[in-house]
Design a binder for this molecule. Structure first.
Ligand code: ZN
Ligand code: ZN
Length: 356
């Protein structure tokens, strides 16, 4: 945590700002270890303050008391304390989270009478390279997801609704120790699989379906992300063919994942292969994204991403083919870039699994 505060202050110095105010749960957690956003974190050149109300002060002292001054105030008084601290240090420039601050909140910051400097990009960049602790948490989150998938395949069957599949999966994850789903579980059966972000509904799994299952677990606030597509009964030749194209595309990109490659180049490896096979128009999303305290973080594996991947960056590899009215296939692993290549957090098989 000290290291994080040091890196934040370096980043502040580079941007020429005197202080930063933070209110998003992600940045509060990253910078202070406090797991609520009922608070403001203010970091100046001299002080690090965590301002929260009576309901949270014990928790704040436990989680952040070793590095932060914990101040108790409620409502409007919280910002009055921020204002006081800014005046004490004669702060002229204040960085703020321009990506999430509402207009109303912005107006209240304006009342400080200091120059407000957009600082979200710099704040989020602090999380770009994961530390060994973070990598361990991500691995634990994914291990829970792998275990959940294995168990799920033994309890689901034809005739079960998509909703029920999602509920079973989340229940299994919770039993194993996941803090919750890392995003809304996606279950797309049969033609619903063609909707990349299918919301689980009342459709029942039927023989002949491919089912796209995209979900994740949470460990210490860290998100995993994995997709597997499985078959209900023996798949037909067309379904098997599409599945194998996606699987090969994914493997090619995984094989190429190492430091030095750009997000754009990685994306192209899977995309070009799918194009060669004649399904370029059926892969309409990016190949992957970073993940950590948020499910979607930088960098990205996308046609527009020039970022050079470095050790410690996370990235998912998730090509797909979606054919309206018929089926969808997506296969996704979540990885971290290492010095020599990558570590794939996922171990679940990519042999097409068949349930009855
Ligand atoms: Zn996913
Ligand atoms: Zn993903």
């Amino acid at each position: 945590m000290n290291d994080r505060l040091n890196r934040l202050r370096n980043s502040m110095a580079k941007a020429g700002i005197d202080a930063v105010i933070v209110n998003s749960i992600t940045s509060i957690r990253y910078l202070s270890n406090f797991t609520s956003d009922e608070a403001f974190v203010l970091v100046t050149k001299q002080r690090s303050l965590l301002i929260t109300d009576f309901r949270y002060t014990i928790q704040a002292k436990d989680q952040s008391g070793d590095r932060y001054e914990i101040l108790e105030a409620s409502g409007e008084k919280q910002l009055a304390l921020v204002h006081e601290a800014l005046l004490d240090e004669n702060v002229k420039t204040l960085g703020f989270e321009d990506d999430i601050v509402s207009f109303a909140r912005y107006r209240s910051y304006e009342a400080f009478g200091v120059e407000l400097v957009p600082f979200a990009k710099e704040l989020n960049a602090l999380r770009l390279i994961k530390t060994p602790d973070e990598i361990e948490a991500l691995q634990k989150a994914q291990t829970l997801a792998d275990q959940s998938f294995t168990e799920l395949l033994t309890v689901i069957h034809a005739g079960m609704t998509e909703k029920r599949v999602a509920a079973e999966l989340e229940y299994i994850g919770a039993k194993l120790g996941s803090e919750g789903p890392s995003f809304d579980t996606i279950v797309g059966s049969g033609p619903n699989g063609a909707m990349c972000h299918a919301v689980p509904g009342e459709r029942k799994l039927q023989r002949g379906d491919l089912v796209v299952l995209d979900y994740g677990c949470l460990f210490n606030g860290y998100h995993s992300d994995m997709t597997r597509t499985f078959a209900v009964g023996e798949p037909d030749a067309f379904s098997s063919k599409i599945y194998e194209i996606v699987r090969t595309a994914q493997q090619k990109a995984l094989d190429a994942l190492r430091p030095g490659i750009t997000g754009k180049q990685l994306d192209a490896i899977a995309r070009d292969y799918i194009k060669e096979q004649g399904y370029g128009d059926c892969f309409g999303h990016s190949l992957g994204h970073g993940f950590g305290l948020l499910i979607h973080e930088s960098p990205r594996a996308a046609v527009t991403c020039e970022t050079v991947l470095e050790p410690g960056m996370t990235i998912t590899v998730e090509p797909g083919i979606y054919i309206e009215g018929k089926l969808g296939v997506r296969i996704e692993d979540c990885c971290v870039v290492t010095e020599t290549g990558k570590r794939n957090f996922c171990v679940s098989t990519k042999e097409l699994q068949i349930i009855e």
